[in-house]
Design a protein around this ligand. Structure first.
Ligand code: C2E
Ligand code: MG
Ligand code: MG
Length: 572
């Protein structure tokens, strides 16, 4: 009789996987008794432990044989136990019994060892193949399914659902702003984050569902066998909540969000490719809605995606064709009534769409990287314009430009600015840079370094939209900032919303306490001015004085002595 036993991983138990010859119920009887076969007792135990062939040529006479009675009762008189080794560990035991005593002699044993060697080689090949299969179907980093397995599973799910009149839901999940995290914290932290996200996704679905990573930070979940879209909705809500839980990586804690899109077989497409494409389109729809939300696929989303693609293409062309222009909005000193600065605001003169506002195309320019050439154009144009005004002997002012996150993260920013100043001949103190809190704080250490470099050059640094970003105030002390700009949302309702009034007041006090200048944005009415003057706000910018103007119009304004007198009919 011969049998093959495989040791269970992590235990000493042997499980028979193959058997041939006369058994007479022997294995059934002895296997439960072999629980501790690895304890170095009996022939099997020794073979397991010592990884050596153990031969007992007279079962009757050997005192070490376990289950001797059972063996003798079946007429076994001798036995050999051969370990099958794979990479140095016992992958299986090959056990043989003979009715003759002294059966396992030299020749016989040599043959059997040879055989065990072959089995070992075969097992090795199987394991390798399994590993290769794993590599072919699973994502190495997150251990979730990869694209190929996703497509297999989806095809299978669709075929099944088709037969039984059920639905298949495909959910596309994309982490919001993952690139920032990955770039600013390094890829190791990024990898860690992806693993945590995979685990969380796993906790939101059932056993038969498939989670796949599509590459990057995009995950796809297949829910087979759905009777309605109710369950998918629940899963989506669970995912949004699970991802929103803080994630700790190393010493730091992160709050991330994701955007989710879903599409269904058969409503949204008849094949896997279409369903996947539409779930993706829905996910982009969720991003457009402002992220951290979800969208079901609908035909209108397709149209939106197309619109976005078209806009992206024409934005690319706009850079080449120089379809941009700058408008300038004055910043007025509230005591003196004089223009002390101007904010340069970009406009896109689209050949068909007309004037496109920056809120529409700056985010797109950020995502596509087009912000780099666009931002550099803004910088040069603003510097050259301010120099031209100075050369025309107009009152000296600071012209400020807005920097986007991508520009700020670019290592060469300080050099680019220095070059623009040098080539246009503008003094550094006549240029201002507006940065948002979240942009600076995203990587506070790198941010502080960059701000230090810029400050050293002599340019003015402002925090734009103050009060809407990070809540950490300690950075104000550490960063070399010159000015806070109160976000227009607080200014708008200072007269009607007591909370906003308190916030605006507090920001002014905070700025002054830290020796910073403070400018109110979005100042539209006389009441706003009165409020701000009452709180000793330094400067104001808004439609009350002027909307953003073409350079020619701005020049005229600059020649006026005081804006307060012309706009404010009451005398002080
Ligand atoms: P921001 O830097 O906060 O600019 C102020 C925005 O408020 C401008 O919108 C301006 O036209 C508007 N505004 C000014 N006064 C008033 C007012 O009294 N009431 C109201 N309701 N709005 C007022 P705009 O020009 O559409 O720009 C929007 C945003 O686009 C800017 O916000 C800025 O973040 C960004 N942006 C503009 N130009 C550039 C640029 O050259 N580069 C980058 N990266 N971003 C830019
Ligand atoms: Mg600004
Ligand atoms: Mg602003």
């Amino acid at each position: 009789m011969a049998w093959v036993g495989v040791p269970e991983a992590g235990t000493n138990e042997l499980s028979p996987v193959a058997q041939a010859g006369f058994d007479g119920g022997y294995l059934r009887e002895v296997v439960p008794l072999l629980r501790d076969a690895g304890e170095d007792r009996g022939a099997l135990g020794q073979a397991l432990r010592r990884k050596k062939t153990v031969v007992v040529n007279d079962l009757k006479a050997d005192p070490n044989v376990a289950c001797k009675k059972a063996a003798l009762a079946r007429g076994y008189r001798s036995m050999a136990s051969l370990p099958v080794l794979v990479d140095g560990r016992v992958a299986a035991l090959f056990v043989l019994y003979s009715a003759q005593t002294g059966f396992f002699d030299g020749d016989e044993l040599a043959l059997l060892k040879h055989l065990a060697g072959h089995i070992s080689l075969a097992l090795k090949c199987f394991e390798k193949e399994e590993k290769l299969n794993h590599l072919a179907y699973y994502d190495v980093l997150t251990k979730s399914a990869n694209r190929s397995l996703l497509r297999d599973r989806l095809t299978l799910a669709i075929a099944n659902a088709g037969r039984h009149g059920r639905q298949v839901a495909v959910i596309s999940v994309d982490i919001d702003n993952f690139k920032y995290i990955n770039n600013s914290l390094g890829h190791k932290a990024g990898d860690q984050l992806l693993k945590s996200v995979t685990e969380r996704l796993g906790s939101c679905v059932r056993d038969g569902d498939t989670i796949a990573r599509q590459g990057g930070d995009e995950f796809v979940i297949v829910l087979p066998d759905q009777v309605s879209d109710e369950h998918a909705s629940q899963v989506i809500k669970r995912i949004l909540a699970a991802i929103a839980q803080p994630i700790s990586i190393g010493e730091r804690e992160f709050n991330i969000t994701c955007s989710i899109g879903a599409s269904f077989y058969p409503q949204d497409g008849s094949d896997g490719e279409t369903i996947l494409k539409n779930a993706d389109a829905a996910m982009y729809g969720a991003k457009e809605l402002g992220r951290n939300t979800f969208q079901f696929y609908a035909k209108e989303i397709d149209a939106k995606i197309n619109e976005r693609l078209m806009l992206e293409n024409s934005l690319r062309r706009a850079v080449e064709r120089e379809e941009f222009l700058l408008q300038y909005q004055p910043q007025i000193h509230l005591n003196r009534g004089k223009i002390t600065g101007a904010e340069a605001l970009i406009r896109w003169q689209h050949p068909e769409l007309g004037m496109v506002s920056p809120d529409k195309f700056i985010p797109l320019a950020e995502e596509t990287g087009l912000i780099e050439p666009i931002g550099e154009w803004v910088l040069r144009t603003a510097c050259a314009q301010n120099k031209a005004w100075q050369d025309a002997r107009l009152p000296a002012i600071t012209v400020s430009i807005n920097l986007s996150a991508r520009q700020f993260r670019h290592k060469g920013l300080a050099e680019t600015i220095a070059r623009a100043l040098r080539e246009t001949g503008l003094k550094a103190e006549c240029l201002g840079l507006e940065l948002t809190e979240s942009l600076v704080m995203h990587n506070a250490a790198a941010g502080a370094l960059m701000l230090g470099n810029l400050k050293q050059m002599g340019v003015k640094l402002s925090i734009d939209d103050f009060g809407t970003g990070y809540s950490s105030l300690s950075y104000l002390r550490r960063f070399p900032i010159d000015e806070l700009k109160i976000d227009q949302s607080f200014v708008r309702d200072v007269m009607t919303d007591p909370d906003d009034a308190i916030i605006a007041k507090a920001i002014i006090a905070l700025a002054h306490g830290l020796n910073l200048r403070v400018t109110a944005e979005g100042v539209e009415t006389k009441e706003h001015i009165d409020f701000l003057q009452g709180r000793r706000c330094d400067q104001a910018q808004g439609f009350y004085f002027s909307k953003p103007l073409h350079s020619r119009e701005f020049e005229e304004l600059l020649q006026q002595k005081s804006l307060m007198e012309t706009t404010d009919r009451r005398t002080h």
